[in-house]
Structure formats: structure tokens, C-alpha cells
Design a protein around this ligand. Sequence first.
Ligand code: SF4
Length: 343
Amino acid sequence: MKFTYIFGPVYSGRLGHSLGLDLLGDRICSMDCLYCEVGRTEELTLTRKPYVPAEDLLNELRRWRDEHSNNLPDYVTLGGSGEPCLNSELDIIIKGCKQILPSVPVAVLTNSTLLCNPEVQQALREADAVLPSLDSLVDKEFAKLNRPCGGVNAAHIAECLIEFSKNYSGKIFLEILLSQGINDSQENLTLLKEYVTRLQPHRVDVTTLSRPGAFSLAKAVAPDVRKEWQNALSECVTRFDANGSASHQRATQENAPPAAASQPATGNFADLPEQDRSAVKERVLESLTRRPQTPSQLAIALTLPLSNVLGALDTLEHEGAIYKSEPDRTATLNTDEPFYSCQ
Ligand code: SF4
């Protein structure tokens, strides 16, 4: 059965197998980040509305549960093609998810811009994990990389996140995405180290681009730079370890994102029964409508054999449903694989 607001489960390096819920239904966000993998923001706003009504979304989730009760994800993740805290029914949605799937924790991805709103803070307190992003505390870098709505200030939202954390019993996984030459400065690292020391999140995830962003200006940093930042910022977290007890958080295997699921190397797409080929094609296409991905990323996200993904991509490309990105568009992403996209 087709779903409009639910996608996945897909494999997420930060949360494991994650069932995504789109709370916006369109590219509506309070930022227009250079690196955004869903493309340019079409409606740049700080106005909260029921962009996707809670009732519609929760009815879909009930249908999904009825079809997949034997295969529950590690997390239900509220996100979508924009900022989920813009949905003014966020509180109803979080509570509804917990009623419908009581054994599955709820995580919320957020760009942090609405964290100064008391209603947003109140709604987020019901979530099991909040994953705020804060890429730079240097004003110029924040403005250049994240391109927020007017009036949004990085230092201010950073303070609101600290205020929120004081009355929140769930987990906070802070994300910092590095873009080469924009926010990988020593000044930003110094400010973020001071900030992480104060915030004491459960985990810091330093990431970089792994897919083409909305603008070619956004480029991935080298793996050793990402690792250096990961180590430096993880050292600032002294309150929790991977089990939630007090100790240094080390950027070693225990708090690194879960390892990618290993993929069977065999399996011939052409030999699958017709209905299985259609099902694989449908899943690959559905995933590509969300974001451009390489064959390996698709195989991991969808837990499918790479050979099946490659077969489906080949067929979809011949049908004109997707296209392969030009090699120079992927050259900055530390991957030799092409990206596929529906756009
Ligand atoms: S990356 Fe996130 S915060 Fe930035 S524009 Fe895209 S959806 Fe919005």
C-alpha cells in the first residue's frame, strides 16, 4: 500500500532502522541550507501551521502498523522535507506515535530554530530523543551555510537548546555538519567546544556531506578533518557515555554511529520473480524521491542486496524515471559512486 507521509524504514547511521514521518509534505523550512539534500527550500518561514494534519499522518501510521507489525523499526523519526517543529500539531503527533507504536521510541530531527518557542519545547519533551543541529556559532558562517529566516541568531537558539535540555529527560544527539571552507574554521571549533561542554548532550555527531547538496558551493570535508572534530567535541562530553553513565564520551566505536549493515554480494535482479522486481523498483524509486543516493547508500538504507539495487536503478534509468548525476557533481563527496536522483 502506498503512503504519502511515511517512508522507510531506512537505515540511518545515527538511529539504526528508522521509520520516517514527513510533517511538512513539501519543502517548507526555516532555513535554506547550502547542503540540503532534499533541494532548495520553497517556503522559508517561521510560521507554525498543521502543514500535514496530525489526523492524516496518524491514520497513515495506523495503516502502516497494521501491515508491518512483525517488522518494527528502531525509531519513528519525525522529519521530512523541512523543519518538523514548524508543524503546529507536533505535540499531538508525538503522543499519537507513542500510542500507535508504544514499543518504538520517537525521535525528532530539528534545525533548532524553533527551540525558543515554549510550545515547541513542551511538545519535544514527549519525544524520546531530540536530534538538534547547530553547524556554526560564528555568525557569518551560520548565515552563509544555513541561510535562516531573518531574525534567527545562532547564539540565541544555542541558549534555548541549553534551557530546553535542563527540563528534558530524553536523549539529545547534537549534530554538526561540516562544509569545507565554510564552517570548518578554528574559531567555530573553539566556540563549539565551549558550547558542548556547557550543553552536555548524550552524543555529538560530526557529519559532512554524503550526498549532493542543494548548492554546489557545499563540499564535504576530508575524513581526517571530520574525525578530528568528532574527537575534539566528544572529549567535551563528560556527563554520559554510550550507556548513559558518567564518563568521557570517546569518539571510538562505542559512540560511533552503528556500523552499516553488511550486504549480500549476490542475488541477480533479473532472476527475481516479476512481482519482486516491481517491489524492489518501487522501494528504490520511493527512496530516491526523498533524496539523491548512491547504489551503496540505497542498499544499506533499504537493506537490499547491492546487486538488486543496481538492477532496479538500471531499469528505472532506462524507463526515464531517474537520472544518474554527472561525475563532477559528486567529486567533492569522497565517493567514486554516481548519485541517482528523481529530480
Ligand atoms: S538541511 Fe534541514 S534545516 Fe537545512 S534546509 Fe534542509 S530541511 Fe531545512
